[in-house]
Design a protein around this ligand. Structure first.
Ligand SMILES: Nc1ncnc2c1ncn2[C@@H]1O[C@H](COP(=O)(O)OP(=O)(O)OP(=O)(O)O)[C@@H](O)[C@H]1O
Ligand SMILES: [Mg+2]
Length: 423
C-alpha cells in the first residue's frame, strides 16, 4: 500500500465518520425543531382551549340574550294583545230583570240591556258599579257598591224633624230661606203666576255654629222634603278620584228622592278659588268643582229639588259658583246679638227645670261672642253639673259655670274668643 493509498483509506474512513456525525447533528436538530413545533402546537392547543372556553362562555351569553329577547317578545306580544283587545267599560247597574240587567255606561251615559252572568246573578243590585266587556257588555266584575261610598259622603234624612222655632234669633234669615227655598218647593205656581224665577241655589254663609245646617234641616222639614247633606271636604279628601262621580251620583239620587233639599256643606272645600297648581290634589278639586257646576247648570230653579250650600268662608269661593243660575242668592247667617242669644238660650233650656234665680237675659248679656252652638253647649254642660250632684234643678250658678267652661274650651280652639267675661 502506498502512502497515498493509506491517506485515501484514512480519508475514506474519516469521511464515513464525519458523515455519521453529520447525521446525528441533523437528527438532533430535527428533534429540536420537532420539539419546537410540538411546543408551538401545545401552545396553540392551549390557546385554542382558552378560545374554546371563551367561545363557550360567549355561546352561553348569547343563549341568555336570546332567552331575554324571547321573554321581551312575549311581553310585548302580551302588551299588544292587551292594547288591541276590547277594553272594559265601567257601568252602573240601573235595574234588574228576570234574565237581563239594565246598565248605564259611565262617560257616554248609554243605557244597555245585557245578560246577567251566572256568577253575579244573586249579587247584583241597582247602584252597583261594574266592569263590562266592551264587545258584548257582559258584566265581568263588580267594582264597588257605589251606594256604600255615597253613604259615606252623604247623609239622607227622610224628615229631619227640625222646626223653625228651634232656630233662635234668625227671623230675617228664615224669612229669606222660606221665600227662596221653601215656597218654590211647596208652591211653585206662585212663582209661575208672577213670572219670576226662584234662585237655583241658595248659599248660607257665616261663622261656625251659627245654625246653617239647622236652618237647612228646618226648611226640609217644613217643605216635607228629603234632606240630603253632602260634605264638600269628604268629597275631595276621602274619595280622591271619585269626587266628580259622587257629585253626579248624589245629584241623580236627589232627583229620585224629590221633593228634596240637597245641602252641600263646606262647599269651600270643593268650590274654593280654582288655583290650578298642577298637583293631582288640585286637579281632583277642579274636576269635582266642574262637575258641580255642570250639575247646577242642569237644574231648574222651579224644580222640586232645591240646592243649598253652606260655608264659613264665602270669600274663598270661586266666583263661578256665585254666578246666576248657580248659587245666585247668598244669605248671611250672623253671629247672634244679645236678643238672639236670649232666644237661643230659651230654646235650649226649654226642657230643663230652671231654678228661681235663673236670669237668661243676664246670661245673654254676658255671652257676647258665643255662637248658637256655644249656647247649646252651655245648656248641656249646666245639665251635666245638675246630673253630677243628682239634682233636678238648673241654678244660675250651674249656667254661669257652664259659660266659663264653654269659654275655656273654646279658647283652646279659637283665637278670637271673647275675653274678660265673668272675670
Ligand atoms: N240660631 C240657633 N238657634 C238655636 N240653636 C242653634 C242656633 N245656631 C246653632 N245652634 C245649635 O248649634 C248646633 C250646631 O249648629 P249648626 O250645625 O246649624 O251650625 P252651622 O252654622 O252649620 O255650623 P258649621 O259652620 O260649623 O257647620 C245646632 O244643632 C243647634 O243645637
Ligand atoms: Mg253645619
Amino acid at each position: 500500500m502506498s502512502e497515498n493509498d493509506f491517506e485515501n483509506t484514512q480519508d475514506a474512513h474519516n469521511s464515513v465518520s464525519i458523515e455519521k456525525s453529520i447525521d446525528y447533528e441533523q437528527l438532533s436538530l430535527e428533534n429540536e425543531e420537532l420539539h419546537e413545533k410540538v411546543k408551538a402546537l401545545t401552545e396553540k392547543v392551549s390557546a385554542a382551549q382558552i378560545e374554546n372556553g371563551e367561545l363557550k362562555a360567549n355561546v352561553l351569553k348569547m343563549t341568555q340574550i336570546i332567552e331575554d329577547h324571547r321573554w321581551e317578545i312575549r311581553r310585548l306580544k302580551n302588551q299588544i294583545e292587551d292594547l288591541t283587545k276590547t277594553p272594559f267599560f265601567i257601568a252602573t247597574v240601573m235595574e234588574l230583570f228576570d234574565e237581563e240587567v239594565l246598565i248605564k255606561l259611565h262617560g257616554n251615559n248609554q243605557e244597555i240591556l245585557t245578560h246577567k252572568a251566572p256568577d253575579f246573578e244573586d249579587i247584583l243590585e241597582p247602584g252597583m258599579r261594574v266592569a263590562v266587556n266592551g264587545a258584548a257588555y257582559v258584566i265581568m266584575d263588580i267594582l264597588s257598591q257605589s251606594t256604600d261610598v255615597r253613604a259615606q259622603v252623604m247623609e239622607l234624612i227622610q224628615s229631619p224633624n227640625v222646626s223653625y222655632d228651634q232656630v233662635g234669633g234668625l227671623g230675617d234669615v228664615i224669612q229669606e230661606v222660606v221665600e227662596t227655598v221653601e215656597l218654590p218647593l211647596t208652591q211653585p205656581e206662585l212663582f209661575k203666576n208672577i213670572g219670576i224665577e226662584p234662585p237655583s241655589g241658595v248659599l248660607l254663609y257665616g261663622s261656625p255654629g251659627t245654625g246653617k245646617t239647622l236652618i237647612a234641616k228646618a226648611v226640609a222639614t217644613q217643605a216635607n222634603a228629603t234632606f240630603i247633606r253632602m260634605s264638600g271636604s269628604d268629597l275631595v279628601q276621602k274619595f280622591v278620584g271619585e269626587g266628580a262621580r259622587l257629585v253626579k251620583d248624589i245629584f241623580t239620587m236627589a232627583r229620585s228622592k224629590a221633593p228634596a233639599i240637597l245641602f252641600i256643606d263646606e262647599i269651600d272645600a270643593v268650590g274654593g278659588t280654582r288655583t290650578f297648581d298642577g298637583t293631582s290634589g288640585s286637579a281632583e278639586v277642579n274636576r269635582t268643582m266642574l262637575q258641580l257646576l255642570a250639575e247646577m247648570d242642569g237644574f231648574d230653579g222651579r224644580g222640586d229639588v232645591k240646592i243649598m250650600a253652606a260655608t264659613n268662608r264665602k270669600d274663598l269661593l270661586d266666583p263661578a259658583l256665585l254666578r246666576p243660575g248657580r248659587f245666585d242668592r247668598a244669605i248671611e247667617v250672623p253671629m247672634p246679638e244679645e236678643q238672639a242669644r236670649l232666644e237661643i238660650l230659651h230654646i235650649h233650656t226649654k226642657k230643663m227645670h230652671l231654678g228661681q234665680d235663673v236670669d237668661l237675659a243676664k246670661l245673654a248679656k254676658e255671652t257676647a261672642g258665643f255662637s248658637g252652638a256655644d249656647l247649646n253647649a252651655v245648656a248641656r254642660e249646666a245639665g251635666i253639673f245638675v246630673l253630677r250632684r243628682r239634682g233636678d234643678t238648673v241654678t244660675m250658678k250651674d249656667l254661669a259655670d257652664a259659660v266659663k267652661k264653654v269659654k275655656k274650651d273654646g279658647e283652646e280652639n279659637r283665637t278670637n274668643a271673647p275675653s274678660d267675661m265673668f272675670a
